[in-house]
Write a protein that binds this ligand. Structure first.
Ligand code: SAH
Ligand code: DHB
Ligand code: MG
Length: 226
């Protein structure tokens, strides 16, 4: 069956727009950040406005004071998460590409969030291992959104950087439904399928995947560390 007949993406887009019009008011600083990221040649693969609002709400609900993000891009999800922090709260965001980090820093500066955010450039797994070695205080919320092939590795490292009660979130875990197939041809899809199975089987995590819509059907996993 072709994907288009199994999922009515036009209706889903209208519903997504409807929800955004109700709950996500236009935001000049965030929108300028997105247009600057496009002008700088960054890919437009940030979370949707509605998913950004969801990240913000989850961070507020969790009372997160320390947040770790894996995959910064132009800082769009970073800004949503950082806005959820109370005074004195901190966000560390890990990014491989120096160019992405530069765009993100400028965007966060414009949003008035630069003082709460540290962007660390380099391979995220190395930065996470370094933070584990340095025995950093645990993070209250960890958001995974970098290279999909490394998600299972990031999950193990994230659990070690968390405490009981911390939230671990991961973007792009449905991949327009491709993860439902036993052996999807794309390596990233297979990696996410393995990640989802690892989440479900993890002895220290209680989890679910929320389907989210952003042009295509995708998903956000939500886990609490037990
Ligand atoms: N969270 C962002 C989107 C992130 S896109 C948002 O929603 O606004 C994924 C990002 O992960 C890209 O910027 C990419 O450069 C980065 N990335 C890819 N591989 C990485 C790695 N090994 N370590 C750290 N970041 C990586
Ligand atoms: C894509 C989307 C994402 O949210 C991401 O983190 C990476 C890639 C994509 O649509 O290709
Ligand atoms: Mg993503």
């Amino acid at each position: 069956m072709p994907e288009s007949s199994s999922f009515d993406s036009r209706t889903a887009s209208r519903v997504d727009d409807y929800i955004r019009a109700l709950f996500v008011p236009p935001d000049a600083a965030l929108e300028r950040g997105l247009s600057d990221a496009v002008a700088a040649g960054l890919p437009e693969i940030q979370v949707s406005p509605n998913e950004g609002k969801l990240l913000y709400l989850l961070a507020r609900i969790a009372g997160a004071r320390r947040i770790l993000e894996v995959g910064t891009l132009g800082g769009y999800s970073t800004a949503w998460l950082a806005r959820a922090l109370p005074p004195g709260g901190r966000l560390v965001s890990l990014e491989l590409e120096p160019r992405h980090a530069r765009v993100a820093r400028r965007n966060l500066e414009r949003c008035g969030l630069a003082r709460r955010v540290v962007i660390r450039v380099g391979p995220a797994a190395e930065s996470m291992r370094d933070m584990i070695r340095r025995r950093l205080r645990p993070f209250d919320l960890i958001f995974l959104d970098a290279d999909k092939e490394s998600y299972s590795e990031y999950l193990d490292l994230a659990v070690r950087l968390a405490r009981p009660g911390s939230l671990i979130l991961a973007d792009n875990v449905i991949r327009n439904g491709r993860v439902v197939d036993g052996a999807p041809p794309e390596a990233a899809d297979r990696a996410i399928r393995e990640f989802n199975a690892a989440l479900a089987a993890h002895p220290r995590l209680d989890s679910l995947i929320l389907p989210v819509f952003r042009n295509k059907l995708d998903g956000l996993s939500v886990s609490i560390v037990t």
